[in-house]
Design a protein. Structure first.
Length: 190
């Protein structure tokens, strides 16, 4: 998708329960899920493909230091309004213009699958991490045929990381509705 299409999407992006986290039960499900895999606050997190900053808001509220990056200037405008205390950059997640070796966690939700070269992008994301940094990916393989299967994403991560865990996320608590596609969490602690 082009930058203009994502800018147009920004107006309704938070309408999806898992994007806006407006439903307290969905927000709590994401909070519990992420806090269960992240290092303790105030760890520094790079939120790549941050959209309107919903996860940045959630994690900032928990005491994390979060820098968000998104391709869309309109998404970043909304993120800055939602989380004024965080740092946001307009940029391409395929080549994130963030400080190298500065982050405890690289976090991305539904972004890696859309990169032209996911393996090369992932290698660049790892350059953002401190030596003991973690990777937390929420990805999926959608009923439309788009996306990465959990097996594909796990193989990709294992090309560069030894420790990898996969947790499938079929529960409606995360999405605010029943889903028929494959959605999952990949965590690589180092």
């Amino acid at each position: 998708m082009t930058r203009e299409l994502w800018d147009d999407e920004a107006d309704r992006f938070d309408d999806e329960p898992d994007h806006g986290l407006a439903d307290p039960a969905v927000r709590e499900a994401w909070r519990v899920l992420l806090l269960g895999v992240l290092p303790s606050a105030p760890a520094r997190i790079a939120d790549l493909g941050c959209g309107t900053g919903t996860l940045t808001r959630l994690l900032t509220d928990e005491g994390y230091r979060v820098d968000g990056l998104d391709f869309s200037p309109e998404m970043i405008r909304r993120a800055r309004s939602k989380v004024p205390e965080a740092e946001f950059v307009v940029g391409d997640a395929a080549e994130p213009a963030l400080e190298p070796h500065a982050y405890d966690v690289v976090l991305s939700r539904h972004v890696l699958w859309a990169m032209p070269d996911p393996a090369q992008t992932f290698a660049r994301w790892l350059e953002l991490l401190r030596p003991a940094g973690s990777v937390v990916l929420v990805e999926g393989h959608w009923s439309t045929g788009a996306g990465l299967s959990a097996a594909e994403c796990e193989r990709l991560v294992r090309t560069r990381r030894a420790e990898v865990s996969v947790r499938h996320l079929p529960e409606t608590a995360y999405w605010g509705k029943e889903i028929e596609d494959e959605r999952y969490l990949i965590v690589s602690p180092r």
